[in-house]
Design a protein around this ligand. Structure first.
Ligand code: NDP
Length: 484
C-alpha cells in the first residue's frame, strides 16, 4: 500500500477519474526516496472531458449571485483549516518541506485566499459613466474557463491562489499541478465539492508539460495562469498568444536583498535566512543576492555562519526539523552543480556546500561570500539553499547592481533610515518589495513580477483585473444623430 495514494489520478466534473492508458507518474517522498503514490498522466480524452465539464459548468456559475459563490469558497476555507494537519502531512510527504513549515504556511495560505476572494466577490462591480444626456456603464464579467499550471514548491497554495479568484469572479478552472507534487490539488478539489461547489468548476488533471501545453493552447480556454520558470513561461505565453488568451505569469527571480550598515544585523540576517533557506530555498521571490554594506560585512558573515550552522536539518515529518530535503533528486543535482560552479568561479564558501549522506535529497544550507556580479551563482536562479553575499559601498551603486538582471520579481531593503528605505525601493525594478522584512506574502497584498519575472498580479484587489473583463454599455437617451 502506497502511503499517499489518492482514490484516482484526476478530478473531473465533481468526481475522481482515472485512465490507466496515461503514462505512469511515480510520486516520491524526497525525505527518503520512497514512492508514495502512482498516478497516470491525463490522456487527450480526459483533457477533453475536463474542458467540456468546465465550459458547461461555468455559464451557470457565472449567473449565480456573487455572494453565493463567495459563501461556498469561505466554507472551503473553513474545511481546509479544520483539516490543516492532514493537508500539511500530505504536503510534507509530497514536497519534503518540513512539517514545521507546512503546518503554518501552505494550506493555511490557501484558506486565506479562499476566504479573501470569497469575501471580495460581491464587491466587484462596474461603474456608471455620465455622458450628458446619454450615459454608459460597465460590467465586470468572468473570462470563462481558466487553465492553472502550478510549480512544485507550494502546491496547494498555488492551486488556491489561482482557483480562489477565478471561481470567486465566476470562472471555471482546469488545474494541472506539477508532476513532481500532484497530490494536494486533488484534496482541494474534494474540499471544494464538499463545500458545495457545483461539479465541473474545479478540475484537476495530472501530467507533464505536454498536458499543460494542451490546456494552454485549447480554444475552450480563455486564460492561462502559470507559476513556473522563465523558460516555461516563454513557451506557455507563446501558446496562449496563439488564441489571444489572457495570461498571468508568475515566474522566477534572482532578487536582491540590500543590507545597509545602520540596519539591525539580527533582523537582516533573519530576513536573509528566511529569504534563502525557508522551503530549502525553493521560493521564487528569494533574496538570493544579499548585498551587504562593506562596513558590517564581517560581522554579518560571522553571525550568519553561526545561525546557519544551528539550523536543524532532517526528517521533514519531525516537527522539530527546520529544514528538509530538496523536492527531488534532479533538483538536488542541479543545486549541487551550482555550488560546484560557485567554488570554481572563486566565491568563498562560508558554510555548507555539501549534500548529506544517506537517503533523501538533502543539501546543507550554503553561504558564499566575495561573490561578484558576473558569477553564475549571482545571475541564475538556483532554487535551492544557496545564499550569495556581495559587498557594496554606496546607495547609488547598489541600486544599479541590484537592477542589473533580467529578473524583477522581488527585492528587500534593511535599514533604520526610512527615508532611504523608500528612496531605494522607488529605484528598484521589482514587482514586490519588502522594507525590514522579507518574503511575507499575505493574500491582501498583490504579488507578481516585472521584467522577465512575469506578467500580472496574484492576490489583493489587483487580482480582479486578471480574472475578469470589462464590458462597456453605452445607453442612448435621445434621438440618433445620423448624417445620412
Ligand atoms: P516549471 O516551469 O518547470 O513548471 C511549471 C509548470 O508548468 C509545471 O506544472 C510544469 O509541468 C508545467 N509545464 C512545463 N512545461 C510546459 C509547457 N511547455 N507547457 C505548459 N506547461 C508546462 O517550474 P517548476 O515546477 O520547476 O518550478 C520552479 C520554478 O517556478 C522556479 O523557476 C520558480 O522561480 C518558479 N516559481 C515562481 C513563483 C512566482 O510566483 N513567481 C512561485 C513559485 C515558483 P511539470 O512540472 O509536470 O513538467
Amino acid at each position: 500500500m502506497l502511503q499517499a495514494q489518492p482514490q484516482a489520478s484526476h478530478y473531473i466534473d465533481g468526481a475522481y477519474v482515472d485512465d490507466p492508458a496515461g503514462a505512469v507518474i511515480e510520486v516520491v517522498h524526497p525525505g527518503d526516496g520512497s514512492v508514495i503514490a502512482k498516478l497516470h498522466e491525463a490522456t487527450p480524452a480526459l483533457i477533453d472531458r475536463a474542458l467540456d465539464a468546465a465550459t458547461r459548468a461555468q455559464a451557470e456559475w457565472a449567473a449565480l449571485k456573487p455572494v453565493e459563490r463567495g459563501r461556498i469558497l469561505r466554507r472551503a476555507a473553513d474545511l481546509i483549516r479544520e483539516r490543516n494537519r492532514d493537508l500539511s502531512v500530505l504536503e510534507s510527504l509530497d514536497t519534503g518541506k518540513p512539517l514545521q513549515e507546512t503546518l503554518v504556511a501552505d494550506a493555511a495560505s490557501g484558506a486565506d485566499a479562499l476566504e479573501y476572494f470569497g469575501g471580495l466577490a460581491p464587491t466587484v462591480t462596474g461603474e456608471s459613466i455620465p455622458l450628458g444626456t446619454d450615459f454608459a456603464y460597465t460590467i465586470r464579467e468572468p473570462l470563462g474557463v481558466c487553465a492553472g499550471l502550478g510549480a512544485w514548491n507550494y502546491p496547494i497554495q498555488i492551486a488556491c491562489w489561482k482557483a480562489a479568484p477565478a471561481l470567486a469572479f465566476g470562472n471555471a478552472m482546469v488545474f494541472k499541478p506539477s508532476e513532481t507534487t500532484p497530490l494536494s490539488a486533488l484534496k482541494l478539489a474534494e474540499i471544494l465539492t464538499e463545500a458545495g461547489l457545483p461539479a465541473g468548476l474545479f478540475n484537476v488533471l495530472q501530467g507533464r508539460g505536454a498536458v499543460g501545453a494542451a490546456l494552454a493552447g485549447d480554444a475552450r480556454v480563455a486564460k492561462v495562469s502559470l507559476t513556473g520558470s522563465v523558460p516555461t513561461g516563454r513557451k506557455v505565453y507563446a501558446k496562449a498568444a496563439e488564441g489571444i488568451r489572457h495570461v498571468t505569469m508568475e515566474l522566477g527571480g534572482k532578487s536582491p536583498l540590500i543590507v545597509f550598515d545602520d540596519a539591525s544585523i539580527e533582523d537582516a540576517i533573519g530576513g536573509a535566512m528566511l529569504g534563502n533557506f525557508y522551503s530549502s530555498g525553493q521560493i521564487c521571490s528569494n533574496g538570493t543576492r544579499v548585498f551587504v554594506q562593506r562596513g558590517i560585512r564581517d560581522r554579518f558573515l560571522d553571525r550568519l555562519k553561526e545561525r546557519t550552522e544551528a539550523i536543524t536539518m532532517g526528517d521533514p515529518m519531525d516537527e522539530a526539523t527546520q529544514m528538509g530535503p530538496l523536492v527531488s533528486a534532479a533538483q538536488m543535482e542541479k543545486v549541487m552543480g551550482y555550488i560546484e560552479q560557485g567554488r570554481a568561479e572563486g566565491a568563498r564558501l562560508v558554510t555548507g556546500g555539501a549534500r548529506l549522506n544517506g537517503p533523501g535529497c538533502f543539501v546543507q544550507p550554503t553561504v558564499f561570500a566575495d561573490v561578484a556580479d558576473d558569477m553564475v551563482i549571482a545571475r541564475e536562479e538556483i532554487f535551492g539553499p544557496v545564499m550569495a553575499v556581495l559587498d557594496f559601498d554606496t546607495e547609488e551603486e547598489v541600486i544599479a547592481r541590484a537592477n542589473a538582471t533580467e529578473f524583477g520579481l522581488a527585492a528587500g531593503v534593511f535599514t533604520a533610515d526610512m527615508t532611504r528605505a523608500h528612496r531605494v525601493v522607488a529605484g528598484l525594478q521589482a514587482g514586490t518589495c519588502w522594507i525590514n522584512s522579507y518574503n511575507l506574502t499575505p493574500v491582501e497584498m498583490p504579488f507578481g513580477g516585472v521584467k522577465q519575472s512575469g506578467v500580472g498580479r496574484e492576490n489583493g484587489r489587483a487580482a480582479v483585473e486578471y480574472y475578469t473583463q470589462v464590458k462597456t454599455v453605452h445607453v442612448g437617451m435621445g434621438p440618433v444623430d445620423a448624417p445620412y
